[in-house]
Design a protein around this ligand. Structure first.
Ligand code: MTE
Length: 326
């Protein structure tokens, strides 16, 4: 059964001409194209059959949400041309120019836990086991620009249930693939990150219905610069939480260090919930620049608490001082 969630204030009928959606079978074909020999499921992967079913890619249009949006989809050219992916350079155009150097096939994901379990999962096995759906989400970068992106993928909760680690853990940690030879940004002297890029969520955040793993956008496989073949999307948090090109997932009870928190703990917290009331020490978070924007048409809009998703996530933080735990 397909579960469909799209914020009813967003709708894809407002799509720009760039948004040529492929049909669902084409999408699935291209998403699993080039798959190498399948490896047998590893011990952590015990419930694949519960989730098998691929003919489930459904667009927001098909799902029947009505258009009523101040939010318009950001054109594909901006979504795939204006990026942060420091592994490939710090300029917004660097990822589109250089991320294609990353070898995407084969792609395996190392699954591990504090308890000592380890397994390697092939991306195409994972894709076969998940039902794909579309989610149209706002993405708000901590740098105060934002986009509206139609992602294709599956809920993170479904992936975590499928992985089914032994025992229960309080956090889930993600790491991006780190291949120095392919990632020119990691070889740069100006690089500030201690590679690989790392992120983490509290388990209840990870299991929230909005937390999503994207494998595509605009109905196509994820462009390398957007974090192919799979990346996290956590729409109520600043974009840096949405880690790209995931190569490992670790279940742990200790709150993990995250890349930006390690670099500048006073500027970037573990939680990173979008909050217009809590400014970055060097700039205000009250407004954002909705892309595409220009000098003459800045497209400045007020930022909303939890990026407008409070209805779905505010409860997670009811006992937390959001100023202290930024
Ligand atoms: N993931 C990795 N591995 N490396 C990065 O530099 N940048 C983050 C996040 N994920 C980043 C990353 C930041 S700051 C943002 S705003 C989003 O990716 C941008 O995603 P997009 O380029 O798809 O819009």
């Amino acid at each position: 059964m397909t579960k469909q969630f799209t914020d009813p204030t967003l709708c894809s009928s407002d799509i720009t001409p760039e948004s040529s959606y492929l049909n669902r079978r084409q999408f699935m074909k291209s998403a699993v194209a080039g798959s190498s020999a399948l490896l047998a499921a590893q011990p952590l992967v015990s419930k694949a059959s519960d989730f098998v079913g691929v003919d489930t890619f459904m667009s927001a249009e098909e799902s029947g949400w009505a258009l009523q949006a101040p939010d318009v989809l950001t054109p594909f050219t901006d979504v795939s041309g204006y990026n942060n992916f420091y592994e490939f350079g710090m300029d917004k155009s660097d990822p589109a120019r250089y991320a294609s150097a990353m070898t995407l096939d084969p792609w395996s994901i190392r699954i591990s836990s504090d308890g000592g379990e380890t397994a390697d999962i092939q991306f195409e096995d994972l894709l076969r086991a998940m039902d794909l759906q579309e989610r149209i989400y706002r993405l708000r970068c901590v740098e105060a620009w934002s986009m509206v992106i139609p992602w294709n993928g599956f809920p993170l909760a479904e992936l975590l249930r499928w992985l089914n680690p032994e025992g229960s853990y309080r956090f889930v940690q993600f790491r991006t693939r780190y291949t120095r030879s392919e990632m020119r940004g990691t070889r740069s002297f100006s690089s500030v990150i201690d590679w690989p890029y790392q992120e983490a969520l509290r388990m209840d955040e990870a299991m929230n219905a909005l937390s999503f793993i994207a494998v595509g956008l605009y109905g196509k496989s994820l462009p390398a610069q957007n974090g192919a073949p799979l990346r996290l999307v956590v729409p109520w948090k600043y974009g840096f939480k949405s880690i790209k090109s995931i190569a490992s997932i670790h279940f742990t009870n200790r709150q993990p260090q995250t890349s930006w928190q390690s670099i500048a703990p006073h500027e970037y917290g573990f939680y990173a919930n979008v909050n217009p009331e809590v400014d970055h020490p060097r700039w205000s978070q009250r407004y954002e620049r909705r892309l595409p924007s220009s000098l003459f048409s800045p497209n400045r809009i007020p930022t909303r608490i939890f990026n407008g998703y409070g209805e779905y996530v505010a409860d997670l933080y009811k006992d937390l001082d959001l100023r202290q735990y930024y």
